[in-house]
Design a protein around this ligand. Structure first.
Ligand SMILES: Nc1ncnc2c1ncn2[C@@H]1O[C@H](COP(=O)(O)OP(=O)(O)OP(=O)(O)O)[C@@H](O)[C@H]1O
Ligand SMILES: [Mg+2]
Length: 390
């Protein structure tokens, strides 16, 4: 019996436990206690929202910056601090955080706002018209009568922008007669504003904050803080943090990438049954992240382009030529009962696959036979097969 118990304990005590102390601290959802190198941006967002504490309207703002530069982290951090202050002062302010990548449609966004402002009121998920959702929203907001701050994170993923117009014009259109609505729109797509209806922009206002990328030193500080919370003590080699930071800084100063590399490196060390995380684990993590990215890219290819990629994989030789790919592609089409696209389209697809980094297509001159392209695959075949993509 004793022996059996001993075995059970070992079953759950994995090497991962010896590496990670609190893995959550490395995940994107974790809100750190300290935001490195974002004092200016934190103050900017806080001063934007501070009029709310005295019952005044706050301005709308667009927050821009590349992926992983702390837009979501800073905004959530300031909202949490605002919330504390609101409770302390007993003022009538509420904030709603919406991730538009998950909550995309107007009706779902309205439902989310209603749920936060008046959780006791049940709003149906389907079966009522959009105008009815708006009516219920206005009723709830008039009853609330305070300052509402709506954060629309990843705003470019929202399915239509009419809600922006309606929320920003609510007071002017007399939809609400009490309180104010302010919006913080966050995006890593710097061209987002250009795609939005001019009427929306004119009522939204032109204020914007742009978050710069992190440099390698800032990334190192971010990682050091997380290592202390996330990893067991003393198991990270000295070179690990500088390497993760340098690799992420090379891309565009992306803190998410740096954290992912660190977490992945820990996982790889555990997978190899080691109790230390080394530089080689980071390099392996970088390779695997790149492969993961390429695999995701393959999944989003249009059908015929995917067949062309499949033709390259099928051929499998190093230095296969455009014509070989075309033949293999035509065979695949025949097997599936499809009519193949023209050679020119396939040639364009090959160039695009090259640009996406899935293959390398090098131009080669064949004397009087003209030119061709020698094609090599950039994704390990084993990973493609393991994903069951074809
Ligand atoms: N200054 C910072 N200090 C500590 N951690 C940070 C800082 N900036 C970002 N992070 C961490 O890096 C990760 C990515 O940051 P965040 O989600 O805020 O990026 P983002 O700018 O919103 O990117 P995206 O445009 O892709 O949504 C998160 O785990 C976050 O906690
Ligand atoms: Mg974000």
């Amino acid at each position: 019996m004793e022996e059996y118990r001993e075995e059970k304990k070992n079953l759950f005590e994995t090497v991962t436990d010896k590496i990670f102390k609190k893995r959550l601290a490395l995940s994107p959802e974790y809100i750190p206690e300290r935001l490195v190198g974002r004092e200016k941006q934190t103050k900017q967002v806080a001063s934007l929202l501070s009029p709310a504490l005295s019952g005044d309207k706050t301005n709308n703002v667009f927050v821009y910056g590349k992926t992983g530069v702390g837009k979501t982290a800073v905004t959530k951090y300031v909202l949490l601090e605002l919330d504390k202050e609101v409770k302390k002062r007993g003022v009538n302010v509420k904030s709603v955080f919406v991730n538009c990548n998950q909550i995309k449609t107007t009706t779902k966004i309205i439902k989310r706002i209603c749920n936060v402002v008046s959780p006791e009121i049940e709003i149906p998920s389907t079966g009522i018209a959009t105008s009815e959702y708006y009516d219920r929203l206005w009723k709830i907001l008039n009853r609330f009568g305070g300052i509402l701050i709506v954060v629309l994170d990843e705003i470019d993923k929202m399915s239509e922008d009419s809600i922006l117009y309606n929320l920003t014009r609510a007071r002017e259109n007399l939809d609400i007669t009490e309180g104010f609505i302010s919006i913080i729109g966050i995006s890593n797509d710097l061209t987002y504003k250009e795609r939005v209806d001019a009427r929306v922009i004119s009522s939204f206002g032109s204020r914007e904050f742009v978050f710069p990328p992190y440099d390698a030193i800032q990334l190192q500080k971010i990682l050091k803080d997380r290592v202390q919370i996330g990893f067991e003590e003393g198991i990270i080699d000295d070179t690990v943090i500088p390497l993760c930071s340098a690799l992420a800084a090379q891309e565009h100063g992306d803190a998410r990438k740096a954290l992912m590399l660190l977490e992945y490196a820990g996982e790889i060390a555990a997978e190899k049954d080691r109790e230390r995380v080394r530089e080689e684990d980071v390099r392996e993590a970088q390779k695997r992240l790149e492969t993961d990215r390429l695999i995701e890219t393959i999944k989003t290819l249009p059908y015929h382009q995917r067949l062309v990629f499949q033709a390259v994989v099928k051929d499998g030789r190093i230095g296969t030529e455009t014509n070989d790919v075309y033949i293999a592609y035509t065979n695949l089409c025949n097997q599936k009962g499809l009519s193949p696209l023209t050679k020119i389209s396939i040639s364009n697809f090959i160039s695009e696959l090259d640009m996406l980094g899935l293959i390398s297509a090098k131009k080669v001159y064949k004397g009087r036979y003209g030119q061709t392209r020698k094609i090599t695959l950039n994704v390990p075949i084993a990973d493609i097969l393991a994903e069951g993509l074809f």
